[in-house]
Design a binder for this molecule. Structure first.
Ligand code: CA
Length: 480
């Protein structure tokens, strides 16, 4: 009996050791994933996108080491909706997250954020054994139940709103709020961009040997234009003060990205780490001095300048360096790729994921287009891309049809020449539109006039900003 007991114990010990070894081996096979998101970046401002006046060697190196998506899109025309899609892998209009949340819904008086009915890529990866962190801007709800650590992230360092001053004690922007580590308010760092880079690099080094998901959402190059002195000094030759300040911020962003890339490289994790880089929407060119060339349009529009963004991915040894991928892809594909590689699951039968795993496409295993169509809706404006064609409806007219491969600047409306395409794309858009929810709240771009309380709050913010701005270079703020 004693002997039998010993054998049973030994077998149990062996199988426990065996399963933990298997788990370790399984984890070692899973790649880590870093998703870097810039804020309000111009389409044409990075070196690999044709930018000339602001060197961006570190971000360029992601394109050189991996794949550049020429037709990479985001799902939102402004910050928060894109982030809702990026976290869920689902078109955010499916669950009513069509506009920026303003903190409190003026109709119901309740706090709003990424609906709790949705699960996130961080939830899925955490379940799959990943360590998860959000560094930077959140903008998916400030109330405690909406915060990053309630939405699948083990760690959070950053701010909860849609915009924030880069330097401490600056009252130029309303709604910046505290800097948090987890749920604790902490001291503001000397400059946010540098601090986010440093925090992300430390996480990468600390989690070596363990699969991780790091979402690094810089607020650069969003207003207010507050570069640090060192980066601003690099651009004395740029005469336009707004463009000069923007260049300083972008250069600081590039250096912070470089710090993270260095941490990945020097900790020996390059071959086991995917690194994505995108912007959350196009540049508001008048607002922050960005440049969307050769695209037309700005942030907050469904023109290409609002929704087509720099979109690159490196995975050393898996994706050939210097690849260019020309089929349309969308930010929803990032969480879908992450979850596929991690062996997790996202969405459900009644909450389907719209993104696809990009790896078979960029490695040439699948030569089909990843998506038959891509869709956008932001209040009265909407668009569909199918093949080379895009049908666009603006509040002030349309629909207009463009061949966005031959005519990337959307100059030649083909709707009269191709009524059959207008009909086909309109029908496909309508079918998608039928699947969507009503917006849970309205945004400033939603066309609803602000009520008296909102108007009063805005007047007060402007007065505070003007008082704080006295004697300083002119700052311009824009929708987040
Ligand atoms: Ca943005």
């Amino acid at each position: 009996m004693k002997r039998l007991y010993q054998v049973a114990l030994a077998t149990l010990a062996y199988s426990l050791a065996d399963s933990s070894l298997l788990a370790a081996a399984d984890n070692a096979a899973k790649p880590s994933i870093i998703v870097i998101v810039a804020d309000d970046l111009g389409y044409g401002d990075l070196g690999f996108q044709g930018g000339k006046d602001v060197p961006t060697p570190h971000i360029d190196s992601i394109a050189q080491s991996g794949v550049r998506f020429t037709d990479g899109y985001v799902t939102g025309v402004v910050c928060s909706p894109t982030r809702a899609g990026l976290l869920t892998g689902r078109y955010q209009q499916r669950f009513g997250h069509e506009f920026n949340p303003g903190g409190v819904d003026q109709t119901t008086g309740t706090q709003v954020g990424l609906p709790l009915t949705e699960s996130t890529v961080a939830d899925a990866l955490k379940k799959a054994g990943y360590k998860t962190a959000l560094v930077g801007k959140w903008h998916l709800g400030s109330d405690e139940k909406f915060r990053p650590q309630q939405r699948g992230f083990d760690e959070f360092y950053g701010f909860l709103g849609g915009a924030h001053p880069y330097v401490p004690n600056d009252k130029n922007t309303a709604g910046g709020g505290p800097i948090y580590r987890g749920n604790e308010e902490v001291e503001s760092p000397a400059h946010l961009t540098e601090a986010f880079g440093k925090e992300a690099a430390a996480f990468v080094e600390r989690e070596k040997g363990h699969p991780f998901y790091l979402q690094l959402t810089f607020n650069a190059v969003h207003n207010p234009l507050q570069p640090d002195a060192e980066h601003l000094a690099r651009f004395e030759k740029i005469s336009d003060p707004k463009r000069r300040a923007y260049a300083g911020l972008l250069s600081g962003l590039d250096d912070a990205v470089g710090q993270v890339l260095k941490a990945v490289r020097e900790s020996g994790q390059e071959e086991n780490t995917l690194i994505f880089f995108i912007s959350d929407n196009g540049g508001p060119q008048q607002g922050n001095g960005s440049n969307n060339a050769p695209l037309s349009g700005d942030k907050a529009t469904v023109l290409e300048g609002g929704i087509r963004v720099p979109f690159v991915l490196q995975w050393k040894g898996k994706i050939p360096a210097g690849s260019v991928y020309k089929q349309p892809v969308i930010s929803l594909d990032i969480p879908a790729t992450a979850v596929a590689l991690a062996g997790g699951s996202l969405g459900s039968a009644d909450r389907p994921v719209d993104g696809v795993n990009l790896i078979p496409f960029v490695t040439g295993k699948n030569n089909a287009a990843p998506h038959e169509s891509l869709f956008w809706r932001a209040g009265p404006q909407h668009a569909i891309r199918r093949g080379n064609y895009k049908l666009r409806q603006q509040a002030d007219g349309g629909p207009k049809l463009f061949d966005v491969v031959a005519d990337v600047a959307e100059q030649k409306d083909l709707s009269a020449a191709h009524p059959e395409l207008v009909e086909e794309l309109s029908a496909a858009y309508s079918a998608w539109d039928q699947e969507l929810a009503k917006p849970l709240w309205q945004g400033r771009q939603g066309g609803r006039k602000p009520n008296a309380a909102q108007r009063a709050a805005r007047t007060e913010r402007r007065a505070t900003a003007n008082a704080a701005d006295a004697g300083k270079p002119k700052q311009t703020t824009s929708v987040n």
